[in-house]
Structure formats: C-alpha cells, structure tokens
Design a protein around this ligand. Structure first.
Ligand SMILES: *Cc1c(COP(=O)(O)O)cnc(C)c1O
Length: 370
C-alpha cells in the first residue's frame, strides 16, 4: 500500500533514503556478505561505524574536545536516573524546570536519588508556557538546573536557554539535531534517537569532562558515565542496528541536508506552514501553547469537539497521513515535524488541515448555537 506520511510524535519519521539503506543492510551490509543484524560489536567494521558516528556528531555540533560522546541504552527514562546519580551530590539540591509531561517524569525519577526542587512550574498555566527569556529560574547554587528543551506532549519549545548560573542539564530527546546547539553552555545533554535522529534503542549523551571528574565513586558501572567513557560505549553489547541507522541519519544531515543551520531552516519552514493553517482557521483549531513557546517539532492543537478530532484522524489516515493523534495523557491532535518529515509532507498536512477546517467549520458553528 506504500509508505504513509508519518507525523508521529515518536518513534518519528526517518528520511526515505535512510530507510532504504537500512533495508539493504538488514539483508547485507554492502560489500561485507553479512547482515547488520549479525554484525559483531567487536568487529573493526562496527568500531569504524561508532567512530564515524562520533566524528560526524562532533562536526555537526562543533563539539569542543572537552565533551565526551556516549551511545547508551535505556532511553530518556534511564537518563532521568543517571543524571542525578552522577551530578547530584549529598548535601546539594538539583533544580528542575517542570514544564510538561516529560519534565514531570524527570523530576519524579530524580527524587529517588537525592534532593530536588521544582524551580519553575507551568502547572498553573495548564502547561501552555515556559519561563520567559528574562526570568531567573531556580537558584544559582543548585547542583544543576534540568530542563526539557522541547516538551513533546504539550508542544512547547525553548528558543533560548533558561536564565541561571547553575550548570545546565538538558533533555533534548525531541529536538536534538533540529538546529545548531551551543553545547559549551551545558554540563550534560542527552537525547534518545527515536524522535528525531534514529530508531529506538540508542541514546546519545554529551558529557562535559569536569562533570565526570566530580561524579561519586561506587556507582554500578552500567549507571556510571565514566564506565561507559572508559569502555568507549562498548561496556556491554550495544544496539548495533540502531547505531548504524543513527550513522545513516548523520550522513544524511551532513551530506544531503548540508548541516544544522540548513536543517533549522527546513524546520522553521515546515512549522510555519502548519501553524499558518491553525491561525487561518478562524478559531476552528486551537493551538495548545501560548504563541511565544510554540514548538517547531510538535504542533499540539484541538478541534472544537472530540468527534471532529476523531473524524480528522480518520480523514487524515484515508489521505495517507498517520500519527496525528495527541498524547494519551492530554488527547487532542498533534502533528510532529521531525527531521525526517519533508517540506512536501508538511505542505500536504497543512493543505489537509485547511480543507478539513473549511468543510467542518460550519457544522461546528451550528452545533455550538443549537
Ligand atoms: C519521549 C520522551 C522521553 C522518553 O524517552 P524513552 O526513550 O521512552 O525513555 C523523554 N524525554 C522526552 C523529551 C521525550 O519526548
């Protein structure tokens, strides 16, 4: 039946050329006589892949040598624990920006490991906004300030860094590699691959060396960034296939897209098209976030009634578009525009949204006055 246009919030769309190369590699990694699924993680071929992936990440992000690149497992969720285990010393407190579903998960997990504080909460606004760009967040003497750069569920995105003198730690799972990043401002950045740069199974962490030096001794090795650094991300069997697909995405980002500034340009264009369809709908669609914090990755919105939302999803599916449902915790609709979603996909989605609003605006109005 052919590939649908995938607007899912995660696992997200991947570029077609990446899927084609991955398909080929499952059968035979070109020129090797072996399937990627049977490739030893101790082989020189896999080590070369790991090295190339790190080199490409370093070039794309202009990563300073004082940062270590790790390929880990356990997703964003394991990072919610690994971060406080290494960075939150006894006697100190960590600050968390609580701006939505995923940052709530992060602070809940951190409470198992030490003293944490909600430094800012979006609860009163219904998670429709983030701290302002001039608003001080948390206390400067915190062990670190943790935040989520893009709240995937609510569709909120930071376009600046939170204002604090505390070391910054960021969960970038849903917008990593969508735009350039000034890594030097962070002590630690992590992102699982399955939203924006690969399949589930691998998580990238960028860790500043001085953080490693200060981490407590005696952690179980699998939870200790230092053990992973020493083992060169080969502490235990790595997800070879997932890392290979990430490498394909990194090659695509560098060689086809032309780098992160070009990616950011595409992202801005795609989201502008979709938000314009919302804004031109005369209130038929309501975006979840306040305008300043609208995410370029996840456009979260509602129709006038749940029935119309169900109809929207059914009509979208019939038109070859999938993954537009909102997160189960909030409902509504969500169009995700990850790197693998093309400009053409975004244009088709925006056109569909405009047509759907035009057809159903009047019934919605009639129902409201009945
Ligand atoms: C999806 C998501 C997570 C959860 O990651 P898992 O890999 O499922 O553990 C964490 N943080 C953010 C921002 C997410 O979007």
């Amino acid at each position: 039946m052919g590939l649908s246009r995938n607007f899912s919030a995660g696992p997200g769309a991947l570029p077609l050329t990446v899927l084609q190369q991955a398909q080929q590699a499952v059968l035979e990694l070109p020129g090797t006589g072996i399937s990627i699924l049977g490739l030893s993680h101790r082989s020189t071929r896999f080590r070369a892949m790991l090295e190339e992936a790190e080199e490409r990440l370093r070039r794309l992000l202009q990563l300073p040598p004082s940062y270590r690149v790790l390929f880990l497992q356990g997703g964003g969720t394991l990072q919610f624990s690994m971060v406080p285990l290494s960075l939150l010393q006894k006697g100190s407190v960590a600050d968390y920006v609580v701006s939505g579903y995923w940052s709530r998960k992060a602070i809940e997990a951190a409470r198992y490991h030490g003293e944490v504080r909600s430094a800012w909460s979006g609860a009163a606004s219904g998670y429709r906004r983030l701290p302002r760009s001039d608003e001080r967040v948390g206390s400067d003497d915190a062990a670190y300030l943790h935040y989520v750069s893009n709240e995937t569920v609510e569709g909120l995105q930071f376009r600046y860094l939170p204002v604090t003198a505390a070391p910054l730690v960021c969960d970038m799972s849903s917008d990593f590699l969508s735009r350039p990043l000034d890594v030097q401002r962070f002590s630690l950045v992590y992102a699982h691959a399955q939203k924006n740069f690969g399949p589930a199974g691998v998580t990238v962490a960028l860790v500043k060396e001085e953080v490693l030096a200060k981490a407590p001794r005696g952690l179980p090795p699998i939870l200790d960034y230092r053990a992973h650094v020493e083992a060169g991300s080969l502490l235990h069997t790595p997800p070879v296939f997932a890392i290979y697909v990430v490498l394909l995405v990194l090659r695509w980002l560098e060689d086809e897209v032309g780098g992160l500034p070009q990616m950011a340009k595409a992202t801005a264009e795609k989201s502008a098209q979709v938000y314009a369809a919302l804004d031109d709908s005369n209130g038929f669609y309501r975006a979840h976030p306040e305008p300043t914090w609208r995410s370029e990755m996840n456009v979260a919105f509602r129709c006038p009634t749940p029935e119309l939302e169900a109809r929207f999803l059914a009509d979208a599916a019939a038109a070859g578009m999938i993954g537009m449902e909102g997160h189960r915790s909030v409902g509504g609709l969500r169009v995700s525009l990850y790197n693998g979603v093309t400009r053409e996909d975004a244009r088709v989605a925006a056109t569909f949204m405009r047509e759907f609003a035009a057809v159903h605006r009047d019934d919605a109005y009639e129902r409201a006055v009945e």
